[in-house]
Design a protein around this ligand. Structure first.
Ligand code: TRP
Length: 332
């Protein structure tokens, strides 16, 4: 086992899709057997930066449940890793508040994900929630509350990790060595394109294949996939290198790749059959996952028990850190 402590989180987005799996979850599962100490949180407070009011917030709970079922079915081991819901260890809010006192606003306003979010919301600055500006501060509190030093994330999160290091360094400089400076662990992952053939797979674009979907739903979605736009008729030769279906064959049908490539460029295989081969590959790949997920889902309180146990274990570490922070800051 490697020295060091892992922390990562996901906002409660509900059922995960193939992009989430290859982008993050499969890596989390692998890290558990490498690192003795692993913390993984459902970032429900972060979700509140873009959800407001009873109706919107009501989605968090079922989304958490569905997502954690996916975690467990994928092989997250709750005996080894600490799996918990961010808000259930309220010490993170204390640390967030204290860190916010020494974080320059300029650092936060320059974060690219913040600028992007403001653009997406079409909001003027006057109406941006204060908490949204502070998103990276809360994320810093998440990680350093547990004194984690490695943060497995995708490329999009790199600016957040950089700011996290600055915030931790600043605290150490102001109050004495307390926190490790967390390091990003970038995951080498294939970019999973959405079924629309355009952007990456994402729930908001409705171009996703859910891990938990049944074979029928998967077949239906794969049938709709966009292939090589220049291949209009079955007799036209295809170009696997520009085809999303082929990109997914690389993952789900690695041992059939040569035949598929040949069949496509010689117009020997049509797109309809080719897609069926892909859907079969995906369904085979996910069959054990889906079985396990059904087993976990059949035990109604299992997820709650896992998360309660996780919150208790995380809480013990968190209280220790807050005590030390109070001490260092002269608040005790
Ligand atoms: N911001 C991350 C995302 O949107 C989720 C997250 C919350 C996180 N807290 C974290 C990731 C701490 C790493 C570490 O994907």
């Amino acid at each position: 086992m490697t020295e060091g402590r892992i922390f990562s989180g996901m906002r409660p987005s509900g059922r995960l899709h193939l992009g989430n799996y290859f982008g993050a979850l499969s890596n989390w599962v692998a890290l558990q057997s490498q690192f003795a100490q692993c913390f993984f949180a459902v970032a429900d407070v972060h979700a509140l930066t873009t959800l407001q009011g009873t109706d919107q917030v009501a989605e968090i709970k079922p989304n958490t449940h569905e997502m954690v079922l996916d975690w467990l079915a994928a092989g997250m081991d709750p005996e080894h890793s600490v799996l918990f819901v961010q808000s259930q260890v309220p010490e993170v809010l204390v640390l967030n508040s204290l860190l916010s006192m020494s974080t320059p606003l300029g650092w936060l306003m320059r974060v690219p994900t913040f600028k992007e979010k403001v653009r997406q919301m079409g909001a003027d600055e006057e109406h941006i929630p204060y908490g949204l500006v502070g998103y990276p501060v809360l994320q810093t509190a998440d990680v350093i509350l547990y004194k984690a030093d490695r943060v497995p994330v995708g490329k999009d999160q790199v600016p957040h990790i950089e700011i996290m290091r600055e915030i931790a360094r600043r605290f150490n400089h102001l109050y004495g060595e307390t926190f490790p400076e967390p390091q990003a662990m970038l995951t080498e992952t294939p970019l999973i394109a959405g079924t629309d053939g355009a952007a990456k797979m994402s729930k908001s674009l409705d171009n996703q294949i859910e891990l938990a979907a049944g074979p029928e739903e998967t077949n239906k979605r794969i049938k709709r996939m966009v292939t090589d736009p220049q291949r209009q008729r079955k007799t036209d030769p295809g170009r696997p290198e520009v085809c999303n279906v082929y990109a997914l064959h690389k993952i789900f049908n690695p041992d059939k790749l040569d035949d598929i490539y040949h069949g496509c460029v010689t117009a020997g295989i049509g797109c309809v059959d080719d897609k069926q081969t892909l859907a079969d590959g995906i369904n085979t790949y996910l069959s054990e996952f889906r079985e396990r997920r059904l087993e976990f889902a059949a035990k109604p309180s299992y997820v709650d028990e896992v998360l309660a146990d996780g919150a208790a274990r995380a809480g013990a570490v968190a209280r220790e850190t807050i005590r030390e922070v109070y001490d260092k800051m002269g608040l005790s």
